[in-house]
Design a protein around this ligand. Structure first.
Ligand code: NAD
Length: 488
């Protein structure tokens, strides 16, 4: 911990001196005002951050527009090399990224060190696809030869949330750049540090000025202006479902193409015939890692009545053993929540659970002292209609719900506004197939926790999102299709 703290101090020194500036057209830009970013560990000031508004967004959109033709026309092989260089530099600076992210977000180092490297993987994966991004096909008929091709849509806006901000930013920015789009990035106001590092890395890697622009600020001013700007052709957004709905309205006048990765309340469904020990490990990992501030977290545990008592007893024991601590300490499993606002939201559900008649089997309180730490929490005796079973809490909080049989499990799992991910545990293969087919979710893992394979589609149904990322799905969003029919 002491070594990490010393290194972090060295990394933060320059931010403390000059604050976090925007980067527009390759140059540093102040905004008219600033805001403070504070660490959730002890609420201490990290540094001031440029608070961008409509005029900064306008500058950035103009820069992205000016840089677009040359970037779009650059041969895919050359873009591939540049994006691999970005990945190399992320790997070189992975420790700096991880330590800054831990301090800024409260996420534990053991997870953030991996998330930084996932950012590099995202760049490598899409770098390799860049040379083929424009590939189309020929579709002959007896009278015409149809030739279809793709071209990048233009400058795009990327708006990201505060949970795992570095990894998520790379997940949206890398495919946009690989497709040939230029980008204006508006990161979350609660965690601005690593977005600045990414912009610096891209510049150092040799991305031409204006290809990636960074404007910090709040959703209601910088974010809104980005979604309304006429030069921005599409918005890739990751965040809350209600923000997605606002962005859709804001983008309506300019007919913005939108891609939404939104909230979730994902079920992990444990049948009596499952490997219960493995299911227990996965259920714990999927809700209590990353502080539960994870869109694909398994926040509803549906467990079959016949095994529920024993399963819940083991859960309680495991939840009480989770190590809460300083996020820079490699031993820590659970750090503080991102911000006081979010801490108030999460702890507010402890009272909701009590008054709705659920049982608090573990946690259910803050740790006390400074910082936004809460104890890992387990609600048992829940009913599917309770708020704790319907609303996204987005913290280390799990609600268990019991079911009698497969059909009841399915109806509980699907009776919800969200549909991002689902986890099914059973050794009955036919049931696994039948249940997954009927489960309303964009991504389902059977007998596994969430393991991402980048070529597969990522995204949700219902209130959890519109569109998919991953592989060619990302290019479908960032590119236009064109068909030319030649008469034969
Ligand atoms: P949020 O919606 O509050 O904010 C996300 C971003 O949107 C921030 O940059 C914010 O400044 C900006 N924003 C807010 N209002 C805006 C507006 N009117 N116009 C334009 N931009 C605006 O979300 P959050 O609290 O930062 O993140 C947590 C949420 O993100 C959770 O709901 C979580 O499930 C979701 N999430 C989803 C995925 C996914 O892949 N589906 C991944 C991570 C997080």
């Amino acid at each position: 911990l002491a070594t990490h703290q010393k290194k972090l101090d060295a990394y933060l020194a320059r931010f403390r001196a000059v604050g976090i500036l925007n980067m527009i057209d390759g140059k540093d830009f102040e905004s008219a005002t600033t805001f403070e970013t504070r660490s959730p560990v002890d609420d201490s000031l990290i540094c001031n951050v440029a608070r961008g508004g409509a005029s900064d967004i306008d500058e950035a959109a103009k820069a992205a527009k000016a840089a677009f033709p040359a970037w779009a026309a650059m041969p895919g092989d050359k873009r591939k090399k540049l994006l691999h260089r970005v990945a190399d530099l992320i790997v070189e600076r992975a420790e700096e990224i991880a330590l800054c992210e831990c301090w800024d977000t409260g996420q534990a180092y053991r997870f953030m060190s991996k998330a930084a490297l996932r950012g590099a993987e995202n760049f490598r994966f899409f770098a390799d696809l860049a040379p083929g991004a424009r590939d189309g096909q020929s579709l002959p008929t007896t009278e015409h030869l149809n030739v279809t091709s793709r071209s990048p849509i233009g400058p795009v806006g990327v708006i990201t949330p505060w949970n795992t901000p570095f990894m998520l930013s790379t997940w949206k920015i890398a495919p946009a750049l690989a497709a040939g789009c230029t980008v204006v990035h508006k990161p979350a106001e609660f965690s601005p540090l690593t977005a600045r590092l990414l912009a610096e890395i891209c510049k150092e890697a040799g991305l031409p000025d204006g290809v990636l622009n960074l404007v910090n600020g709040f959703g209601e001013d910088a974010g809104k202006a980005l979604t309304e700007h006429p030069d921005i052709k599409a918005i890739a957004f990751v965040g809350e479902s209600k923000t997605g709905s606002m962005i859709m309205k804001q983008g309506a006048d300019t007919l913005k193409r939108c891609h939404f990765e939104l909230g979730g309340k994902n079920p992990v469904v444990v049948f009596e015939d499952a490997d219960l020990d493995r299911a227990l490990d996965a259920a714990i990992f999927m809700i209590y890692s990353l502080n539960g501030e994870r869109c694909t977290s398994s926040s509803r545990l549906l467990v079959q009545e016949s095994v529920a008592d024993a399963f819940e007893a083991k859960l309680v024991e495991r939840v009480n053993r989770i190590r809460i601590g300083h996020p820079l300490d490699p031993q820590t499993e659970l750090g503080p929540l991102i911000h006081k606002t979010h801490f108030d939201k999460v702890t507010g559900y402890f009272e909701v659970a009590r008054s709705d008649g659920a049982h608090i089997a573990a946690g259910g309180e803050a740790t006390g002292g400074e910082g936004w730490f809460v104890k890992p929490t387990l609600f048992t005796g829940g009913k599917p209609s309770m708020r704790i079973a319907q609303e996204e809490i987005f913290g280390p909080v799990l609600t268990t719900l019991r079911f009698k049989d497969e059909s009841e499990a399915l109806s509980i799992a699907n009776d919800i506004a969200y549909g991002l991910a689902g986890y099914v545990w059973t050794n009955d293969l036919t049931r696994a197939l039948r249940f997954s087919d009927a489960l309303e979710a964009g991504m389902i893992w059977v007998n596994s926790e969430n393991v991402r394979y980048l070529p597969t589609p990522f995204g949700g149904v219902k209130a959890s999102g519109i569109g998919r990322d991953g592989g060619d799905w990302s290019f479908d969003f960032y590119m236009e299709q064109k068909n030319v029919a030649f008469a034969l």
